[in-house]
Design a protein around this ligand. Structure first.
Ligand SMILES: CC(C)(COP(=O)(O)OP(=O)(O)OC[C@H]1O[C@@H](n2cnc3c(N)ncnc32)[C@H](O)[C@@H]1OP(=O)(O)O)[C@@H](O)C(=O)NCCC(=O)NCCS
Length: 176
């Protein structure tokens, strides 16, 4: 079933939320101080994807007819995905993008990426860059689908928990 989600702008006040999502999605995760630091740099932006939670229980309704209906009123939101990006000198960079495991394949990352791209283009960025771990097929497929191409490889860029290193692929996309 498609997830019912919305996108909200985030800033340093959401550092803990961003860190909690990051921790669930990456073995070498960034803590809330790292996210707070990101926002100390000008033109750093973030979006959080929030699932709208609804009341699934029956509530009394139309008492005269003694009937009950399901309430579909939104009750709250649950943060499940995020993107952090920065614009400098006409170039934009995606710093991180992640969706909690149980909410994947609902189009949430694609929506976050699309909205970030729209914002970067609106602010005058000529191109967008990102690093992705070689072999991260989910992320690479997502970026290729949005028109990113491979630019170069950073050898032994990511340190793994076991002490080994893996390459990063630099991907880029120009705006028209
Ligand atoms: C990569 C990631 C952000 C994708 O999030 P998501 O919300 O599941 O992605 P979406 O549902 O928006 O997928 C959009 C498209 O990306 C591609 N894609 C996403 N996950 C995929 C997978 N596991 N395998 C292959 N293609 C995948 C597909 O083309 C998909 O479209 P489709 O579902 O219509 O086939 C998520 O898997 C994640 O958080 N991974 C861990 C963190 C990470 O690697 N972040 C990227 C760092 S550069």
């Amino acid at each position: 079933m498609p997830a019912d989600f919305t996108l909200a702008e985030a800033d340093k006040n959401s550092a803990q939320t961003l860190a909690a999502i990051h921790e669930e999605c990456f073995p070498n995760y960034w803590n809330s101080e790292a996210f707070t630091d990101f926002f100390s740099v000008e033109n750093t932006f973030a979006l959080v994807a929030e699932i709208v939670t609804r009341d699934s229980c029956l509530v009394p309704c139309e008492e005269k007819k003694n009937t009950r209906v399901t309430s579909h009123e939104p009750l709250g939101t649950l943060p499940v995905g995020m993107i952090v990006y920065r614009i400098a000198g006409g170039q934009a960079d995606i710093l991180t993008l992640a969706v909690r495991p149980s909410w994947r394949r609902h189009g949430i990352a694609d929506a976050l990426l699309n909205e970030a791209m729209r914002h970067c283009e609106k602010l005058g960025a000529a191109s967008l860059f990102l690093d992705v771990e070689d072999g991260n097929q989910a992320a690479i497929a997502l970026y290729e689908r949005r028109g990113f191409t491979h630019l170069r490889r950073r050898k032994l860029y990511y340190r793994q928990k076991d002490g080994s290193y893996t390459d990063a692929l630099v991907m880029t996309r120009k705006f028209a």
